[in-house]
Design a protein around this ligand. Structure first.
Ligand SMILES: Nc1nc2c(c(=O)[nH]1)N[C@H]1C(S)=C(S)[C@@H](COP(=O)(O)O)O[C@H]1N2
Ligand SMILES: [Mo]
Length: 533
C-alpha cells in the first residue's frame, strides 16, 4: 500500500478494509463500555444492551420466548445479550468500512444505534424518563467521535512536502492509527470494567438490607416435612428444592435489587374501601405463616425442570385484602382480578376468588429459611398454591390493584397466554434418566407428581404397552406440594419405554392428550426410554 495516490476513488485494499473494520469494532466497543459506565451513574437497567434486550423480550412472540426458555433455559438471557452484541459487532464492522469513504456519515451512523438504545430505555415500563437515555446517547457520542478520529488516521492524504527523515508517510499514518485504536480499546476496556463494578455496587443498600434481615419465627409454622415425604433413592430430586437449585423464570435481564427499608406495597382499586400502603416492617409485624408450596412455570414442558418445592414464610394475602374491604366476586365484590405489579414493570393477574378462597395465598418474604434471594423476588413476592407462576407469583412486587379481567390484560395475557391458568395435573420420571442402561433385575423408577391444591392420589407406571401398575406414593406433605413416588421395576433385557401418569384428588387422571405450553400449560405423559443390559 502506498500513500501517494491522488485518485479519490481507488478501491480499498484488504489491509484498509481490515483497518476500517477494526476502527468500527473499537468504536462500537467504546460506545458500549462508555454507556455501561454512564449506566452505573444512572441505573443498570438503562444500559443499551439491557434496554434493547428487555424491549426485545417484551416484543418476543410467546412461541419464540417459549422456544428460548426450552432451549437455553435460564441461560436464555445470556444468549440474548450475546446475540445483541454479535449483531452490534456486525454493524460496527459495516460502519467502520463505510467510514473509509463517507467519514462523517459513517461516524454519524453510530448515533443511530444510540438513538435505538435510548428509545428502548425510555420505552421500558419502569423507565425513569430522560436520564435513562443518557447511557446510550453519551456512549454513542463517544463511539461516533472515536470512529471519526480513527477514520481521519486512515485517510489518504496526498503527500505534500517531505516525510520526516527516514520515515515514509504511509508507515507514520499506519502507526498513528494503531496507536490511537489500541489506546482507545484499552481505555474502553477500563471503562467497561469500572462500569461493571460500579453497576454491581449499585445494589449495595439492598444487599445490606437483606444481610441485616433476621426473619422472625413464624406464628404458624409448617409441619415438619413428614419423614416419608422425601425419597432416598439415587436420582430422585430432594423433597424441598434448595434455593440454589430452584428454577428461575422471569423477564429481568438485570435482577432488581430492592432495598427492603424503602420498599412499599400499595393495595388499591375497585372495591377497596380502605387502601393500604405497607412497609416491610409492617409485614414483619403481622402474623407470619410458613407453608410448603410447589411452584410451577407454565413454560414447563412435560418432563421439564421448571417446577420446584420450597418452604415459604409470608403473610396471608386474603387477610390483608379483607382488611382493605375487598370481597371476592362470590361475596358480591366488584373486582375479579388482582393485578400485581413489580418494580421492573411486570404485571401478573390472579383471580381474586382463588386468592381469597381459603388457600394459603402468600405475600412471601422468606424461602427455605432465609430472606428471599434477589433472583426470587426480594424483598416480597406472591405465591399462590395451584396457579402457574405467570398468573400468581409476582416477584419484586410493589403494587396490588383490584380490577376485572374484562378491564385489564396483564403482561403475558397481552402476549397470547391464558387469563386463568390453574396448574395441570402432571408427573415426571426422574430416575432412570433417558437412555440410561440399567442392569436387568430390580430397577427403582422414581419421580414426582403434582396437582397443587388438589393433591395427588395415585401414580401409575406403564412399561412399554403393558398395563398401568400403581407406584408407591411417598407420604403427602400437603395438597399444595408435589408428591414423590417410586416403583420397583423387574426389568428384563432390551429396550423399554417407561411412562407415568398421575391421578389427582378430584379423581381426574392426567391426560395423555398432548398440548403445547402456550396458552395454559403443557399436557401429556412423560416417557423415558432405557436399555436394560
Ligand atoms: N417481576 C416478575 N415476577 C415474575 C416473573 C417475571 O418475569 N417478573 N415471572 C413469573 C413466572 S412466569 C414464574 S414461573 C415465576 C417463577 O418464579 P421463580 O423464578 O422464583 O422460580 O415467577 C413469576 N413472577
Ligand atoms: Mo412461568
Amino acid at each position: 500500500m502506498t500513500d501517494n495516490d491522488n485518485e479519490p476513488r481507488r478501491p480499498n485494499g484488504p489491509l484498509r478494509l481490515a483497518a476500517g473494520a477494526i476502527a468500527g469494532v473499537v468504536s462500537g466497543f467504546a460506545a458500549i463500555t462508555v454507556a455501561e459506565l454512564v449506566s452505573a451513574a444512572v441505573r443498570p437497567q438503562a444500559g443499551p444492551v439491557v434496554a434493547v434486550g428487555s424491549a426485545a423480550i417484551d416484543r418476543t412472540p410467546a412461541a419464540v420466548k417459549d422456544w428460548a426458555v426450552r432451549n437455553f433455559g435460564t441461560d436464555d438471557k445470556l444468549v440474548l445479550q450475546l446475540g445483541i452484541l454479535a449483531v452490534l459487532a456486525l454493524f460496527a464492522v459495516a460502519l467502520g468500512i463505510a467510514v473509509l469513504r463517507f467519514r462523517r456519515t459513517g461516524a454519524a451512523g453510530v448515533l443511530v444505534f444510540g438513538a435505538v438504545g435510548a428509545l428502548a430505555a425510555v420505552s421500558r415500563p419502569d423507565t425513569k424518563g430522560f436520564t435513562d437515555t443518557l447511557p446510550s446517547l453519551v456512549g454513542a457520542g463517544a463511539g461516533a467521535l472515536l470512529l471519526y478520529v480513527l477514520a481521519g488516521r486512515l485517510e489518504r492524504r496526498p503527500t505534500t512536502g517531505p516525510a520526516t527523515a527516514g520515515e515514509p508517510v504511509a508507515d507514520r499514518d499506519r502507526r498513528g492509527f494503531v496507536v490511537t485504536a489500541s489506546t482507545a480499546a484499552l481505555a474502553s476496556a477500563g471503562a467497561g470494567v469500572l462500569g461493571r463494578s460500579l453497576n454491581s455496587a449499585s445494589g449495595r443498600s439492598a444487599v445490606a438490607s437483606r444481610d441485616r434481615l433476621v426473619l422472625p419465627a413464624p406464628a404458624s409454622p409448617a409441619a415438619a416435612v413428614l419423614r416419608g415425604a422425601g425419597l432416598r433413592i439415587p436420582g430422585a430430586v430432594p423433597f424441598i428444592t434448595p434455593n440454589s437449585d430452584f428454577y428461575r423464570v422471569d423477564t429481568a435481564l438485570v435482577v432488581p435489587k430492592v432495598d427492603a427499608t424503602t420498599w412499599r406495597l400499595r393495595i388499591h382499586g375497585q372495591g377497596v374501601t380502605r387502601p393500604l400502603t405497607l412497609s416491610f416492617d409492617d409485614l414483619l409485624r403481622r402474623e407470619l405463616v410458613e407453608r410448603d408450596i410447589t411452584l410451577t412455570c407454565v413454560s414447563n414442558e412435560v418432563g421439564g425442570p421448571y417446577v420446584g418445592n420450597a418452604r415459604w414464610i409470608g403473610v396471608r394475602l386474603a387477610d390483608l385484602l379483607a382488611e382493605c374491604g375487598v370481597r371476592p366476586p362470590s361475596k358480591g365484590g366488584p373486582a375479579d382480578q388482582l393485578v400485581a405489579r413489580s418494580v421492573d414493570g411486570m404485571t401478573i393477574g390472579s383471580p381474586i376468588e382463588d386468592v381469597m378462597d381459603g388457600r394459603d395465598a402468600l405475600l412471601a418474604l422468606g424461602m427455605n429459611g432465609e430472606p428471599l434471594p434477589f433472583a426470587h423476588g426480594f424483598p416480597v413476592r406472591m405465591v399462590v398454591p395451584g396457579l402457574y407462576g405467570f398468573v400468581s407469583a409476582c416477584k419484586w412486587i410493589k403494587d396490588i390493584e383490584l380490577t376485572t379481567f374484562d378491564a385489564y390484560d396483564a403482561y403475558w395475557v397481552k402476549r397470547g397466554w391464558a387469563r386463568r391458568a390453574p396448574v395441570k395435573t402432571e408427573s415426571r420420571i426422574d430416575t432412570p434418566r433417558p437412555f440410561a442402561r440399567p442392569k436387568a433385575g430390580t430397577v427403582m423408577v422414581a419421580g414426582v407428581a403434582w396437582a397443587q391444591h388438589r393433591g395427588i392420589d395415585k401414580v401409575e407406571i406403564r412399561v412399554d404397552d403393558g398395563p398401568w401398575r400403581e407406584a408407591r406414593l411417598a407420604a403427602e406433605d400437603t395438597a399444595d406440594t408435589w408428591r414423590q413416588w417410586s416403583f420397583p421395576w423387574q426389568a428384563t433385557k432390551g429396550g423399554h419405554t417407561l411412562t407415568v401418569r398421575a391421578t389427582d384428588r378430584t379423581g381426574a387422571v392426567q391426560t395423555g392428550e398432548r398440548a403445547r405450553t402456550v396458552p395454559d400449560g403443557a399436557s401429556g405423559r412423560h416417557s423415558v426410554v432405557v436399555t436394560v443390559e
